[in-house]
Write a protein that binds this ligand. Structure first.
Ligand code: XMP
Length: 513
């Protein structure tokens, strides 16, 4: 059993960030629902508990409250923002509406105490605040260990009970030394070591996969994306030939997609790979369709049909493996309908019908994306796969506006290859979220040599983003834009104009559809 810290989630948009910071300290962390009974938490045998922030006021009618007995488990507890206010509510302190809402950067002044949270840190720290209510009376047996301009109780402790509270957010990047505070909590106060590493995780996951799969067959839909690729490599390490991967060519793949997957998985890893070429079928179904939603539905449904048939071809299997990640699994906390509490990925793929009677193997269920990339590297997958940019399930179809035809796919594929090549050559590809070409459904007049042309326009889109929910366009160097434009126009038949998309999300989306 892993040494772990449990985080009670009260609906803060930063709860997952706390979990990631802890894991960056090489300590496993789990996010659980705020009202998980203390007895259940005790069974999880954590080394410490963190109470997350949250959008409510502790005195609101529908405020999310933890089981009071979490304070009786004889475990270290760290309350962050709303979490600190909960400590006050339960341990006889007092919280009032602040005169002034404290939002944004502040300066923390650490008192001359021995508080271990601030071991090795300077007396003055930049911190990030986001709270309305504030602590006005310390809970019993607590003392203040740090202050800000606005609060005499910005950090508090009851060292004997090992209870700590922070009014600010140590997990966010705007608290530059925050990670050290979190590290002090998990290491010096909770006594955790550095056991959570992807190398250790491989051993544990391999054992678990073997125990679950027994002698049965497992199939996995390999898309060439990071998640399914890492899942495939991990499961293959555990059960070798019991795993069959199915790769479907849906006709809207990027150039080389299929050959890279074949080379890496069938070639290097010797994974049993079933390649199902359904490009013609997808193209037939997409003929004449221009509505974006209809295109998506056709691709989704056709994929399911093709995949189902392929599973029959490769022989009966009991298990289906998927590359589901932790953020898709965490139950979100819809407190008082607050939208911040509901921020979640809106493109959940997977989507295989329930009638496909498989038991699931999901070996990445407890991992964040950055951990999956580390795991992939540890398993020996090439950077080309592990660090690749996200690519949507419906593929190039969401980047071809209007009808998807083999000719248009070819044009976009050629332009896309140039974008990817140039971004890599200029050391930009792995630094940004996504960069790609879009084929617009307009043709315009141009001249080439002595002839007038009437051809398509390609839009180049390059965006920075943390999670795809919001994005900003990348200010590419002029030199790169120039090369992209001249190469696309010169090398891609059917294109005589290139534009750069300079819209952020919102209000635009990343894909054009
Ligand atoms: P939008 O266009 O909504 O995209 O700003 C946000 C992120 O999601 C990706 N995306 C998808 N991923 N299936 C996927 O697996 C899809 O249908 C899909 N649509 C968009 C998009 O590439 C971007 O990273």
């Amino acid at each position: 059993m892993n040494e772990q810290i449990v985080i009670l989630d009260f609906g803060s948009q930063y709860t997952q960030v706390i979990a990631r910071r802890i894991r960056e300290c090489k300590v496993y962390s789990t996010i659980i629902h705020y009202n998980t009974p203390a007895s259940v938490i005790a069974e999880m045998n954590p080394a410490g508990i963190i109470l997350s922030g949250g959008p409510s006021s502790v005195y609101a009618k529908d405020a999310p409250l933890p089981d009071r007995a979490v304070f009786d488990l004889d475990l270290p507890v760290l309350g962050v923002c709303f979490g600190l206010q909960l400590m006050a509510k339960f341990l006889n302190g007092k919280v009032e509406r602040g005169q002034k809402r404290e939002y944004g950067k502040g300066t923390l002044r650490v008192k001359k105490t021995q508080c271990r949270l601030f071991d090795g840190l300077p007396r003055e720290l930049q911190v990030w605040n986001s709270h309305g209510d504030k602590l006005t009376r310390l809970p019993d047996d607590f003392k203040a260990v740090a202050t800000t301009e606005n609060s005499g109780f910005a950090a508090i402790e009851n060292a004997k009970a090992r209870f700590y509270g922070l009014q600010f957010h140590p997990e966010v990047a705007h608290t530059p030394k925050g990670k050290k505070i979190i590290s002090n909590f998990v290491r010096k106060i909770c006594g955790c070591g550095r056991k959570w590493t992807m190398r250790n995780y491989i051993d544990q996951a391999v054992d678990e996969i073997r125990a679950k799969a027994g002698k049965e067959k497992v199939i996995l839909g390999l898309s060439g994306g990071v998640d399914s690729s890492v899942a495939a490599a991990l499961i293959h390490k555990a059960i070798g030939k019991q795993l069959t991967c199915i790769f479907v060519n849906n006709g809207v793949l990027r150039a080389n997609e299929a050959s890279v997957v074949k080379k890496v998985f069938a070639g290097n890893f010797k994974v049993k790979l079933h390649y199902e070429d359904a490009a013609n079928l997808f193209m037939r179904k997409l003929r004449g369709v221009t509505d974006p939603e209809t295109k998506r539905k056709i691709i989704g449904n056709t994929f399911i049909d093709v995949f189902q048939k392929a599973t029959r071809k490769v022989g009966k299997a009991r298990f289906l493996a998927q590359g589901t990640l932790y953020p898709d699994v965490i139950e979100s906390v819809p407190i008082g309908g607050n939208p911040a509490a509901l921020i979640k990925s809106h493109h959940n793929v997977g989507g295989l019908p329930e009638k496909m009677k498989f038991d699931l193997i999901e070996p990445l269920r407890c991992l964040f994306k950055d951990e999956v990339r580390q795991l992939g590297t540890e398993l020996g997958l090439p950077m080309e796969i592990v660090m690749r940019q996200p690519f949507p399930g419906p593929g190039l179809a969401v980047r071809i506006l209007g009808e998807v035809t083999p000719e248009r796919c070819e044009i976009l594929r050629n332009a896309d290859t140039i974008v990817v090549e140039e971004m890599k050559l200029n050391n930009l590809y792995y630094k940004i979220w996504q960069s790609f070409a879009v084929l617009l459904p307009v043709r315009s007049v141009g001249v080439m040599g002595d002839e007038r042309t009437y051809e398509y326009t390609i839009a180049v889109r390059a965006v920075e983003s943390k999670d795809g929910m919001t994005a900003d366009w990348v200010k590419l160097p002029y030199k790169v834009i120039e090369t992209l434009s001249s190469r696309i126009i010169n090398e891609v038949n059917g294109v005589n104009r290139v534009c750069l998309d300079v819209s952020s999300k919102p209000p635009a989306t990343i894909e054009w559809e």
